[in-house]
Design a protein around this ligand. Structure first.
Ligand SMILES: Cc1cc2nc3c(=O)[nH]c(=O)nc-3n(C[C@H](O)[C@H](O)[C@H](O)COP(=O)(O)O)c2cc1C
Length: 446
């Protein structure tokens, strides 16, 4: 069995309560950090661990903490990004609802490290029941002296606020989140200044993902170096993967980074293989925003090496033959899936969720949806395939926030790897629009 950092105690009955969590060693990291470490020492352990942000971009957490400005007399904030709205990603939701004290403990040690006395957990607004679970956990921790004024008699104060999100995917983008937290419309901000200099209420702020922060209790207890021993290369530690689609065992799995994609996909400990009698056609490895890979590039890289569940291996080959680990939303498609329909489906999401600030994204996501709709419904022309590619190029890199890239990459990669399927939809409209139709062509299936 692989090592578990986040989910080791997740199946212990009553783990959502303070008492059971405490019995499993919970809150020892708070005691250790507050009683025997300086904030700088906690930051140092985060740096040594090499843990990278689990919200999607994979930026090293300790390095981000090191950028936090510390002007005299100005408050600093830690904001936990629990907005989790990326299609295919549902791991933060799972962690918060099953073991809420892990995040609360992570928030306390991280806030202590950053010198924050008021911190926020911004939770996807639809998850009201999770918000109540977190609020209950906060009340319990407060009653036991781990939160509030003078934590464990140390003189350190921390107030933790749970804020329901604005109900939009864009509110997961860190600066849109800060706007929303300030009570405004969730529009991303121009950067610089970055949140580390001017974030919430124009004060220095760190925004980190739920899973990133939940690693901190283990890192404080065991040391950053021990964390860095787990995983592979610069992909240290473990990662929660949300597995869905045409597999035997969908769910949330904690893996050691560096596990082979093949083992993750086929082992009974994880996905358990493709559903019976079917073949692997395509994979979206890191949530709807990352490039889709065809079967022949999933288990092996273009160089024939085993593809691993790591930041580096998944992106091997760049956009030509690689993808990204992203937020770990692992969506598997067998040969019954229609890539055109799926791409159209994703494009509807991005069009709906574009905040509308930047014209390339506001207009381009709408055009992509429209063109994909007509190809999917048998009214496309051959010109449409190149038109789509052209639109993706006009959006990518031309927007304030990366939602534009996130909308472009699924379309660009689907055409790059499955152009024949798009062409078939255009040249065989009546076959392509028949119920349950999916292109088989001569594509390599595994
Ligand atoms: C459109 C969009 C949506 C995002 N949604 C989330 C989200 O729901 N949760 C999250 O942690 N990061 C999300 N991010 C990434 C955040 O902007 C930010 O990089 C992240 O919260 C930083 O935390 P980390 O370094 O711990 O990953 C999103 C980014 C974009 C562009």
């Amino acid at each position: 069995m692989a090592r578990k950092i986040l989910t080791e105690h997740i199946h212990v009955p009553g783990i959502e309560t303070f008492d059971v969590y405490r019995k499993q060693g919970g809150y020892t990291a708070v005691e250790k950090a507050i009683k025997s470490m300086s904030p700088e020492e906690v930051v140092e352990e985060a740096k040594k661990s090499g843990v990278r942000g689990r919200g999607g971009a994979g930026f090293p957490m300790g390095m981000k903490w090191g950028f936090l400005a510390k002007p005299e007399g100005v408050p600093r904030y830690l904001v936990c990004n629990a907005d989790e709205s990326e299609p295919g990603t549902f791991k933060d939701h799972y962690l918060m609802k099953t073991i809420p004290h892990l995040l609360i403990e992570g928030m306390i040690v991280s806030s202590f490290a950053l010198g924050a006395n008021k911190s926020f957990i911004y939770v996807r607004g639809e998850l009201m029941y999770v918000i109540r679970i977190l609020e209950k956990a906060i009340e319990e921790a407060k009653a036991k002296g781990f939160l509030g004024k003078n934590i464990l008699g140390s003189g350190y104060d921390l107030e933790l606020v749970v804020q329901p999100g604005g109900g939009a995917y864009i509110c997961g983008e860190e600066t849109a989140l800060l706007e929303s937290l300030e009570g405004k419309r969730g529009n991303p901000r121009n950067k610089p200044p970055f949140p580390a200099v001017k974030g919430l209420y124009q004060c220095p702020t760190v925004v980190n993902n739920v899973e990133s922060i939940s690693n901190m209790p283990w890192i404080v207890n065991n040391g950053g170096e021990a964390y860095a021993q787990i995983g592979i290369g610069r992909s240290t530690g473990t990662k929660l993967i949300s597995a869905s689609g045409h597999i035997q065992r969908p769910g949330v799995y904690e893996i050691e980074l560096g596990l082979s994609v093949e083992e993750f996909m086929n082992s009974d400990e994880y996905c358990g293989g493709i559903r019976k009698g079917h073949h692997l056609k395509a994979l979206v490895a890191g949530g709807s925003s990352v490039p889709i890979l065809p079967a022949n590039l999933i288990m092996k890289t273009a160089n024939g090496e085993d593809r691993l569940m790591s930041y580096e291996s998944l992106s091997d080959g760049g956009f030509a033959s690689g993808t990204m680990l992203g937020s770990g939303g692992f969506i598997v498609f067998d040969e019954t899936a229609c890539i055109v329909k799926n791409t159209w489906n994703f494009s509807q999401f991005y069009h709906h969720e574009s905040c509308g600030q930047c014209s390339p994204c506001r207009e381009g996501t709408g055009w992509m949806e429209k063109v994909l709709h007509r190809i999917e419904h048998g009214h496309g022309s051959m010109h449409d395939v190149d038109l789509l590619v052209d639109i993706t190029k006009k959006i990518e890199g031309n927007t304030i926030c990366p939602l534009g890239d996130a909308a472009s990459w699924p379309v660009a990669s689907a055409i790059r790897h499955f152009r024949d399927e798009f062409v078939w939809h255009i040249t065989h409209p009546s076959e392509a629009t028949a119920p349950g139709a999916a292109y088989r062509g001569d594509m390599a299936l595994v």
